[in-house]
Ligand binder design. Structure first.
Ligand code: FE2
Length: 483
């Protein structure tokens, strides 16, 4: 977690001239110093943008316009619609791309060089994404479900350490502040889980719910190349930076880490945009990188694929948040997660849990670098007793607030970078509390306050019930069930 956060007003003043961008649908994107760069390097940037757009659309969501309508969204907001679940079909009626009316946002200017029909399709895709988020197409979902490996894990999900309100995890453990070698981890009795970083693996609890997924990566060599370029870009851009104590002193390990996006951690009264000064140029470079945009979109779409109800819970809440607070930036064009940590050079973590993240939510972790994944850089998930090989370029989704995790040590001459996409549970709480603190809610809306307080003991189980089962993924139909 960052030590210093800028107030919203400060951020607005700092960025109002050139950093924030807002689409007509109300979405705001951050880190837009690249606008200045675009003015100077227009042709190459257009080419890159076109390539990136095509890549973003091909990983998961491109089927969305072809064959199905969106699932109904799940809302855990206590008021006014407290019902949870209900059928969540992937395909109930057709969505006709050709006949779909263009929204007002379709009047956006066509970039130079883009064919009109391609421009219209791109705009429709963008509007579809704005409304529905990532929705795996039935064909791609079927293919994934056919090839996924299912691992049964001995874990009681409801016993994981969530707070009663279900907005963050309990702080109840202290572990040694040490990065263990693979041999040391094995010495604790943990098993090594061999993984090629490609095949999807779903970890399933005894109650049949999928609680963690080794998502892998898209089956596309261009994606591998994109992850390589992201690693090279981060390494190159970070090399001249002298990271101060704000970025070096954190409880997850001994390496620079830089958080960006929207947060409500560390007891903050309201959501804020994280202050990246004095490294805002580095961050702007990250968010403008089309390869990283593709990786972020993949992380998000994998989340939507394996935990569609949980994803929809994120979307419903975060859409409300960004609509109500449009000055807050979205970090990537197609990524549900509102914040990202960039962990640089020798990213190997000590055992920890990310307490402020939504306890029943997932974060996505992507591994990058030059290291031997057979020897180090494993993702150790202590509660299930596994050290999972985590090759560069691959993605893992897990509930990082409630499962303790770490990395095994890499060799002296090796480097590992990782990207972690996450969402603080406090953002969901802010929305549920009608965009105010608990104290203000108690004063301003006692009835809602009473209801939320009364329902608190149920909320953790309610959140867990959003996880999917393999049966649901196979059938493409999602019913409410109790955890
Ligand atoms: Fe973590």
């Amino acid at each position: 977690m960052p030590n210093t956060l800028c107030a919203l007003d400060d951020f607005t003043l700092q960025t109002s001239s050139h950093l924030s961008q807002q689409t007509r649908s109300g979405r705001v994107y951050s880190a837009c110093k690249q606008v200045v760069v675009m003015a100077l390097q227009l042709p190459s940037m257009i080419l890159e943008a076109m390539k990136a757009e095509a890549a973003l659309d091909q990983d998961f969501e491109s089927e969305a316009l072809e064959s199905h309508s969106p699932p109904s969204l799940v809302d855990l907001t206590p008021s006014p619609s407290p019902e949870v679940g209900g059928p969540l079909p992937f395909a109930t009626s057709s969505f006709d791309d050709d006949k779909a009316p263009l929204s007002s946002s379709k009047k956006r200017k066509r970039p130079s060089g883009r064919h009109l029909s391609r421009h219209i399709r791109a705009m429709r895709r963008e509007d579809y994404y704005d409304t529905h988020g990532h929705q795996p197409g039935p064909k791609k979902l079927k293919k994934l479900v056919e090839k996924v490996e299912v691992e049964d894990a001995v874990i009681e999900l409801k016993e994981l350490p969530s707070t009663m309100g279900g907005y963050e995890a309990k702080r109840e453990d202290e572990w040694e502040d040490k990065v263990y070698t693979l041999e040391e981890v094995k010495g604790f009795g943990l098993d090594v889980y061999q993984w090629d970083g490609r095949r999807p693996v779903a970890f399933v609890a005894p109650n049949k719910q999928i609680f963690m997924v080794l998502a892998g990566r898209p089956d596309d060599p261009q994606y591998d190349a994109a992850t390589e370029r992201v690693y090279e870009a981060i390494t190159r851009d970070a090399r001249p930076i002298q990271f101060g104590s704000k970025y070096l002193l954190h409880r997850r390990g001994d390496y620079p880490t830089l958080d960006a996006g929207v947060s409500r951690g560390q007891g903050l009264p309201r959501p804020v945009s994280l202050d990246c000064r004095p490294h805002e140029d580095f961050v702007a470079g990250l968010f403008a990188n089309p390869d990283l945009q593709r990786m972020a979109a993949y992380a998000s779409s994998a989340f939507a694929t394996w935990a569609p109800r949980t994803y929809n819970y994120y979307k419903r809440h975060l859409d409300k948040l960004f609509t109500r607070m449009p000055h807050l930036p979205r970090i990537f064009p197609k990524c549900i997660f509102p914040a990202m940590s960039t962990n640089i050079s020798k990213a190997q973590t000590v055992r920890h849990r990310d307490l402020k993240n939504c306890p029943f939510g997932w974060c996505a972790v992507q591994s990058l670098g030059r290291f031997d994944p057979k020897q180090g850089g494993h993702l150790v998930v202590w509660e299930i007793g596994l050290a999972i090989e985590f090759p560069p370029g691959s993605t893992i989704l897990l509930p990082s607030a409630t499962l303790s995790h770490s990395n095994t040590k890499i060799a002296e001459n090796e480097e590992r970078t990782s990207l972690t996409y996450y969402c603080h549970g406090g953002l969901f709480q802010w929305v549920d509390y009608d965009f105010q603190t608990e104290q203000d809610l108690r004063t301003n809306n006692p009835m809602l306050f009473e209801k939320i307080w009364r329902d608190r003991p149920k909320r953790w189980a309610l959140g867990l019930s959003l996880f999917s089962t393999m049966e649901e993924l196979r059938s493409g139909s999602f019913d409410t069930f109790d955890a």
